[in-house]
Design a protein around this ligand. Structure first.
Ligand SMILES: Cc1ncc(COP(=O)(O)O)c(C=O)c1O
Length: 397
């Protein structure tokens, strides 16, 4: 008996693996680990959203729904995307899925034949490469560097486009770097894309988590001529602290909509009605908690930025969005001949801080560690203080 090479090559998502290990250490040692591995807001889902869901359950909204989503939620999403991206999205083009992650997979399966190429950011969200490989495609990494603020440059993109390029994944604000793509660079990227046969998958799951006035979220789909060749994905997980609800959505060009819907329909059938009804409240109701969470993330970003830069051998540039600190640890790795995976493990075992090795996100992440700051201020301070003490005593640079 044999498993397919596709299944063999797909990786489990590192954040979930580290979380499981950290929880085991907590059980076995009784020590409290500071959890900075998983990208999940530590706040409860806003009350109004929960109430809307409870009401839907009480009203018996517990059955299958249309595969693309219930019309009312698709309309709410279309209105939301049209307003926030300054485009005109028809509800007929809105595809609801149980999480943005499923939309990544559905897109890869829809556009990639075996051997086709998909350009992915490096460092980038690991499920991109897994989805490409599950679809039989080949990932072509597009390096993002600290020196240029983790921008995708049109020039570097163009160098990697071949006749086999069928899909280009971009992500802004970005996981794991916190980089935000500028309108100016996205316009140049769009010019390059238009010369190719590729479709763009624009992952905008952190669109509401940008922390400065001058870095507004901008979608490539807003650029004239791009809406018809872009799958624009966003979802409820990060903005509304709804990770466990599994609710994401995409604006999909008419030409591809039916094919992508079939992938959703043949995997999860549809999304629960009660979560979609809660989703309508999230997009259209009054949720003061959302701004409060944004303020906390901004404050935590500033705290972790200054604490990291006080640790010898560790440094970072200020992330503009999302909720991750992508920390350069090259001086430590070089001096002690260890990898970022080794260092992340040392942080877990000796400083009781769970974090992710940058190498999980691609080759360009080899000298980095990712800390999620979607955790309390106290935990960030405690975690960074434990790491500082460890570095000063055991890994001075
Ligand atoms: C860049 C990026 N895209 C997509 C997702 C998936 O989000 P969802 O919970 O909607 O599946 C994540 C979650 O961490 C992410 O970081």
């Amino acid at each position: 008996m044999q498993i397919s090479s596709r299944a063999k090559h797909a990786k489990a998502e590192g954040a979930f693996e580290v979380l499981a290990r950290a929880q085991r250490i907590e059980r076995e040692t009784g020590m409290k680990v500071v959890h900075m591995e998983i990208g999940e807001p530590d706040f409860p889902t806003p009350k109004g959203i929960i109430e809307a869901c409870k009401k839907a359950l009480d009203e018996g909204k517990t059955h299958y729904t249309p595969a693309g989503g219930i019309p009312e939620f698709r309309s709410a999403v279309a209105k939301h995307l049209s307003k926030t991206r300054n485009i005109s999205v028809d509800p007929e083009n809105v595809l609801i899925a149980s999480g943005g992650k499923l939309l990544i997979y559905a897109t890869c399966v829809t556009f990639l034949e075996p051997g086709d190429e998909c350009i992915v950011p490096d460092p980038g969200y690991p499920p991109y490469q897994s989805a490409v490989s599950l679809a039989g495609g080949i990932s072509i990494p597009l390096p993002l560097t600290e020196e240029n603020g983790y921008q995708v440059t049109a020039e570097e993109l163009e160098k990697r486009i071949t006749p086999k390029t069928k899909l280009i994944i971009i992500n802004t604000p970005q996981n794991p770097t916190g980089g935000v793509l500028s309108k100016n660079e996205l316009e140049k990227i769009a010019d390059v894309v238009k010369k190719s046969n590729a479709v763009v998958f624009s992952d905008e799951i952190y669109s509401d988590l940008i922390y400065s006035e001058e870095d507004q979220h901008f979608s490539i789909a807003t650029i004239p001529g791009m809406l018809d060749r872009t799958v624009l994905m966003d979802g409820m997980s990060k903005t509304f602290s709804m990770t466990g609800w599994r609710l994401g959505y995409a604006a999909v060009p008419t030409e591809f909509y039916g094919s992508m819907k079939k992938i959703v329909n043949n995997t999860v059938s549809c999304c629960p009605a009660f979560t979609q009804i809660a989703g309508i409240y999230a997009l259209e109701g009054d949720n003061p908690e959302v701004h409060m969470m944004w303020e906390h993330f901004k404050e935590r970003r500033d705290i972790i930025f200054s604490l990291v830069n006080e640790i010898p051998g560790m440094s970072m540039i200020k992330p503009k969005g999302a909720f991750y600190a992508f920390v350069n640890v090259k001086p430590i790795l070089e001096k002690y001949s260890i990898t970022s995976a080794d260092l992340a493990e040392i942080f877990l075992q000796k400083a009781y801080v769970a974090c992710l090795s940058g190498s999980i996100f691609g080759k360009q992440g080899d000298s980095y560690i990712r800390f999620s700051y979607a955790t309390s201020k106290d935990d960030i301070q405690r975690g960074m203080s434990q790491i500082k003490k460890l570095i000063e005593t055991e890994f001075p640079t």
